[in-house]
Write a new protein. Structure first.
Length: 88
C-alpha cells in the first residue's frame, strides 16, 4: 500500500529557484552574489535556514548553484542578519 506524498516534508534534493539581486566584484576572478529565494518554506515545506530566511548557516554548509545553460558549482553560504531572506 502506498501513502500520499507528505508535501509538508522538505526534500533537500529539490531545487529552489532564486533571483540574483546584486553582483559585487571582489577582485579579478572573484565576485559575491546576493540571492533571494523565490519560494518560501510554505511553498515546499523546506527548512527556512536552507532558503536563507533566517541566516542560520552552519559551519561548512554549502549549496549547489546552477545557472541555466551554464552548469552548476558548489558555493559556500554566508549571510547578513540585517538582510533576512537572502543568501550571500
Amino acid at each position: 500500500m502506498t501513502t500520499p506524498h507528505d508535501h509538508t516534508r522538505h526534500d533537500p534534493m529539490r531545487p529552489v529557484r532564486g533571483r540574483v539581486l546584486k553582483r559585487q566584484q571582489e577582485n579579478d576572478d572573484t565576485f559575491t552574489l546576493i540571492i533571494r529565494a523565490e519560494e518560501t518554506p510554505a511553498h515546499n515545506g523546506a527548512d527556512p535556514a536552507i532558503l536563507g530566511h533566517d541566516g542560520a548557516w552552519l559551519a561548512g554548509q554549502f549549496n549547489m548553484l546552477y545557472v541555466f545553460g551554464i552548469g552548476e558549482i558548489p558555493i559556500s553560504l554566508s549571510g547578513d542578519p540585517a538582510e533576512p531572506g537572502t543568501i550571500t
